[in-house]
Design a protein around this ligand. Structure first.
Ligand code: CAA
Length: 284
């Protein structure tokens, strides 16, 4: 099957990045969200990213225009009716994703592949909300999407080899390195990463050290590009809490219990960079 048209559901920080790399790879891309304001915000981020590449001399102005020209904004799921591949990147809530996939299952052609960028929800369970679990797969991009090389591909219980091979090929065309794993809570990436971030939040909660010191120790001592507190703010504290909850429930193991400080930040609406405040303050 030849993938030509990709429908991206969700124009937020992951969705707009996915639409950008999709259009850069030459795919006709549709960027959908529930209202035009959200779609326009996503398009503005893509425009800004591409403009930065033009300013740095890494991209021609014409190429930028061509990439933007390949992205069609949408506020109707019906626009997915002739798509070959859907990549969903909406809120990490099973019931909401289920509703969206149930609709997409009816709207898209029967041969279309349905992919989710979920950070932790079970791919097999999401696949079961559709009539085509064999054509369902996890395509887990990393933030910031245009920069990070990895796409973690998660194979659900029913995902066929043929579908896996197509998605591997699409990921490569997007300039990414696909690496597969099976469907377990947190997959490979977040099962490792979120335990580290959560431990940093326990340290902060216990007053072991301020966030700057925790980050500097991990950056300078472990050569991480950013410390766990700064990374938590980049990912979003609400996303981290939901991933930890999925693993806590999925494995029944207390090593995944979220730090009380993480819960409190989320209750306060301090979700990280996207709200201007998280562990650090971004208001200035
Ligand atoms: N969007 C697009 N491009 C961006 C960007 C963004 N949000 N942020 C930075 N960049 C680009 C810059 O323009 C720059 O590009 P050039 O090399 O072409 O000049 C490049 O990235 C490097 O940026 P900077 O020099 O400003 O800063 P940096 O060297 O510190 O890199 C970083 C920034 C890439 C974010 C780096 O700090 C990093 O790799 N951090 C770790 C990120 C990470 O771990 N992500 C995974 C999170 S987990 C996840 O996403 C999955 C999940 O399920 C939770």
């Amino acid at each position: 099957m030849d993938i030509k048209k990709i429908f991206v559901v969700g124009a937020g920080q992951m969705g707009n990045g996915i639409a950008q790399v999709s259009a850069q790879a030459g795919y006709d891309t549709i960027l959908y969200d529930i209202n035009m304001d959200l779609v326009n915000k996503g398009m503005a981020v893509i425009d800004k990213n591409l403009s930065r590449n033009v300013e740095k001399g890494k991209m021609a102005e014409d190429d930028k225009a061509a990439i933007l020209g390949r992205i069609k904004p949408s506020v109707s799921l019906e626009d997915a009716s002739d798509s070959d591949l859907v990549i969903e990147a909406i809120i990490e809530n099973f019931e909401i994703k289920k509703k969206v996939f149930e609709q997409l299952d009816k709207i898209t052609p029967p041969e279309a592949i349905l992919a989710s960028n979920t950070s932790s929800l079970p791919i097999t369970q999401l696949a079961a909300t559709t009539s085509r679990p064999e054509k369902f797969i996890g395509m887990h991009f990393m933030n910031p999407v245009p920069v990070m090389k990895l796409v973690e591909i998660i194979r659900g219980l029913a995902t066929t080899d043929e579908v896996y091979n197509i998605i591997e090929d699409v990921s490569k065309k997007m300039g990414k390195v696909p690496v597969w794993c099976n469907d377990v809570p947190g997959f490979v990436s977040n099962r490792v990463l979120q335990v580290m971030i959560n431990e940093a939040l326990w340290e902060l909660y216990e007053g072991v050290a301020p966030a700057e010191n925790i980050d500097n120790i991990m950056k300078l001592g472990m050569n991480h590009p950013m410390g766990p507190c700064a990374l938590a703010d980049l990912i979003g504290l609400d996303t981290i809490l939901s991933i930890l909850n999925v693993m806590y429930e999925g494995y029944g193991d207390p090593k995944y219990r979220p730090s009380p400080l993480l819960r409190q930040y989320v209750q306060a609406g301090w979700l990280g960079r996207k709200t201007g405040k998280g562990i650090y303050d971004y208001s200035k």
